[in-house]
Write a protein that binds this ligand. Structure first.
Ligand SMILES: *Cc1c(COP(=O)(O)O)cnc(C)c1O
Length: 415
């Protein structure tokens, strides 16, 4: 039996070393992907509990003790994943009444659940008020609606003000400076809103400041967190009561593409430690929350489909798979990418090649957008082989148009 790590076998992209390779077959949750495919059929998503647990454990080991970790359910709302992850973190972030129901059914204390989102319906708000979770208010009119619900139900909802800061989490060379957004309340308007809030039957908890996502640059994250804390300290002066809760957002990214590396958390953690010291001096007892979706679950998941056909078109080899854009929109490059790049993939049942070739991999849909890989060197594959897509635990299954063209739904398995 030979055991190798995927990073030696799959040189074209960021190292994928979270899953072992045994007898040249990728394993997840201790099981060969071929066995899972035989049992579940293809395509499927598989998520590894142990990888999620290790990610949370490693993060806690390096972050300051007093930072609470929340899981943003939208990254992967599979109930079994939510339940497993809820048991590892300090709270959950939800963005709809549906996600709220999921969060509550995981047994999480409502005081540790926060609800953000720019378009909350009256049903969403009533569910949040009834459950007594923290509602992150995104506009003055939303505050008025929550206040009306408070009066109607005789409750005193817990609220935080979601702030649209004048800075952004810098993404590789993107412009700085505040921009108009549908999320939160512009920082410069927050003091006036806080003055009104003091007159309403609402329990002021604090602030939610989320400045960006999927960032792999420690310096950019450090700068955003520093400015977030400065902004919170400044806004606190106008608050109707003590700031008890401060959600500083997340933004931690995971590597997907060639040349990307895992984030170096050490400098982020040490900066956060000094920010916490400063915060706690001015806001005694404040609960500081980091909310993470992708970072906690992306690396723990794979998407697996089967090669159905191989053909040559004008000199290029195409593998046609039974899965694609309809199950994994992000893989096709249509979920937040400007220029499509290949996700890390391998042939799961033949990870290391005897013979390699450059191929394009397409899915079964009748659209040129259904692309799984372009011009990638992979072990020579034939119908029946399994194409495995790494980094698929977040924004995969639930962020894809699964009814498009009426192909079967993929299974989801937590191992
Ligand atoms: C989507 C979202 C998150 C999670 O973002 P990730 O990039 O998955 O970590 C956290 N907070 C808010 C408010 C969000 O909208």
């Amino acid at each position: 039996m030979t055991v190798n790590r995927a990073d030696t076998a799959v040189p074209q992209h960021a190292p994928m070393d979270q899953f072992p390779i045994v007898d040249n077959c990728l394993q997840i949750g201790g099981e060969p992907v071929t066995d899972i495919a035989a049992r579940a059929g293809t395509p499927f998503y598989a998520y590894d509990k142990a990888v999620i647990s290790k990610t949370v454990h490693d993060l806690r080991a390096i972050l300051p003790e007093h930072v609470n970790l929340h899981y943003a359910i939208k990254a992967n709302p599979m109930p079994a994943v939510v339940e497993h992850t809820a048991g590892l973190v300090d709270g959950l972030d939800v963005a709809s009444a549906g996600e709220l129901a999921l969060a509550l059914s995981s047994g999480t204390d409502p005081a540790c659940i926060s609800f953000a989102g720019p378009g909350k319906s009256d049903d969403d708000l009533l569910a949040a008020v009834t459950a007594n979770v923290i509602i992150c208010m995104e506009s003055a009119s939303e505050m008025a609606r929550i206040s009306a619900l408070a009066t109607a139900t005789g409750r005193r909802p817990r609220v935080a003000v979601r702030v649209n800061p004048e800075f952004e989490l810098k993404l590789s060379g993107m412009r700085m400076g505040g921009s108009p957004k549908p999320f939160g309340i512009d920082a410069e308007c927050v003091p006036d809103l806080l003055a009104q809030l003091g007159e309403l039957p609402l329990e002021f908890m604090g602030f939610h400041i989320f400045s960006g996502s999927q960032n792999l640059r420690a310096d950019a994250i450090i700068e955003a967190q520093t400015r977030t804390v400065e902004l919170a300290l400044q806004l606190a002066e106008a608050a109707p009561g003590p700031v008890r809760w401060l959600n500083i957002g997340g933004g931690l990214g995971v590597p997907y593409f060639p040349g990307e590396e895992r984030l170096d958390l050490a400098p982020i953690a040490s900066n956060l430690q000094s920010l916490l010291t400063k915060l706690r001096a001015r806001m005694p007892g404040v609960e500081v929350v980091m909310e993470l979706g992708r970072y906690l679950v992306a690396e723990a998941g794979i998407y697996v489909c089967q090669i159905l056909d191989r053909k040559v078109s004008r000199g290029e080899t195409f593998l046609i798979a039974n899965g694609g854009l309809h199950h994994h929109l992000a893989l096709s490059g249509n979920f937040g990418q400007v220029i499509r790049k290949n996700y890390p993939v391998c042939i799961g049942n033949r990870v290391q090649a005897v013979e390699s070739e450059a191929v394009n991999v397409a899915g079964p849909l009748c659209t040129p957008l259904d692309v799984l890989a372009t011009n990638m060197v992979l072990p020579k594959a034939s119908p029946g082989d399994l194409l495995v897509v790494f980094q698929s635990g977040a924004y995969g299954y639930s962020a894809s148009p699964r009814d498009f063209l009426g192909h079967p739904q993929p299974a989801q398995i937590l191992l």
